[in-house]
Design a protein around this ligand. Structure first.
Ligand code: SAM
Ligand code: SF4
Length: 333
């Protein structure tokens, strides 16, 4: 049996072998639940990892036992030198995946394939063009839809992420599932989460329970199959009888999956976050630039990981106002 590296195991016995790397805080969309209206403050280039630094840090994680790396952002495909970076990351002995808004997928399709990426998560919050453009504050709906088809034609496994917001796109739950019935995609409905600058409010959240009520009401209990979720799945997954694809719900707010969490996050400015909601960060980039070994910092960070959601127990409107975190666009999801 392969032994897990003890440095990657936290106080609760969770093995951390999945690293999400944010390549940039910048984005070509402005989704209101992710990016504050005023945008994010641009910082000096020197504050961020160069591609060489990023590779070096990634290699350390792989040596310490990371088996999967997902590239995220901001928008990862706008990162300068992404083609070369994909090529180098593709050489690491890990499963490489990406989460993207898909605007630039046509441009980098060959590079994604050459890097051995098979799993692509694409964000698309509405199937109605004007609504999507309103949510993302830009005008790329047709390009994203056509790039999703391009990915499917090229046999990528495509998951479509949909952040549900009450009164905005929650009336499209069935339309998204119908899409997954006809094409081989996996739709993931995500409960709206609070981050700095996104005006989160509990009333805007659409819960797992509400999604499943809509689904059962429309298809009938007998036509909705529960699929067996894999060990570290963040979504509860289902299939409609006779459907081609599947759908799932990520219930981070109403039913968090912290007990099986295997994730750690590296931000574009080289900070290690041991949880999406962590209140502290570990500065790996400065350590690297000072010529220090990173292992002890990584281990300390993992050992300080809280049991659930960064140690926050309450996620009501009042408590969330007191929370301290980054904007989502600077964490990467
Ligand atoms: N730009 C890429 C994209 O949109 O797919 C990658 C970065 S984005 C921050 C990663 C994921 O986080 C997306 O699927 C997005 O929908 C999700 N996300 C952003 N803000 C969120 C929020 N407040 N609550 C839940 N999910 C959120
Ligand atoms: Fe950009 Fe993705 Fe955030 Fe939308 S969700 S603003 S595409 S980083």
């Amino acid at each position: 049996m392969v032994q897990s590296n003890p440095h990657m195991i936290d106080r609760f016995g969770r093995v951390h072998d999945y690293l999400r790397i944010s390549l940039t805080e910048r984005c070509n969309l402005r989704c209101f639940y992710c990016m504050p209206e005023e945008g994010i403050q641009l910082r000096d280039k020197a504050e961020f990892m160069s591609n060489e630094e990023l590779l070096e840090i990634a290699k350390t994680f792989v040596l310490m036992g990371v088996k999967k790396i997902r590239l995220t952002g901001g928008e990862p495909l706008i990162k300068k030198g992404i083609d070369l970076l994909l090529r180098e990351l593709g050489k690491l002995p890990v499963e490489l995946a990406i989460t993207t808004n898909a605007i630039l997928v046509d441009k980098y399709l060959d590079d994604l394939m050459a890097a051995g990426i098979r799993n692509v998560n694409v964000s698309l919050d509405s199937l109605v063009e004007e609504k999507f453009n309103k949510i993302s504050r830009r005008d790329y709906f047709k390009r994203i839809k056509s790039n999703i088809h391009l990915l499917l034609e090229n046999n990528f496994n495509v998951k479509v992420n949909v952040v549900l917001i009450k009164g905005l796109n929650d009336n499209e739950v069935i339309d998204f599932i119908e899409w997954s019935r006809n094409e081989n995609i996996h739709i993931r409905f995500i409960e709206f989460m609070p981050f700095d600058g996104n005006n989160w409010n509990d009333d805007k959240k659409v819960s797992y329970k509400e999604v499943m009520e809509k689904v059962h009401h429309h298809y009938g209990l007998d036509n909705v199959y529960k699929l067996i979720d894999s060990k570290n799945d963040t979504s509860k997954n289902f299939q409609i009888r006779g459907g081609s694809g599947t759908f799932g719900v990520i219930s981070s707010m109403t039913n968090p999956f912290c007990s099986s969490c295997n994730r750690i996050r590296l931000t574009a400015d080289g900070k290690l976050k041991n949880c999406l909601f962590s209140q502290t960060e570990t500065d790996l980039l400065s350590a690297l630039r000072n010529g220090e070994g990173l292992e002890k910092y990584i281990q300390e960070s993992i050992l300080s990981k809280e049991k659930e959601r960064g140690g926050y127990s309450q996620f009501d409107n009042e408590s969330v106002n007191l929370m301290k975190n980054r904007t989502m666009v600077s964490i990467g999801g």
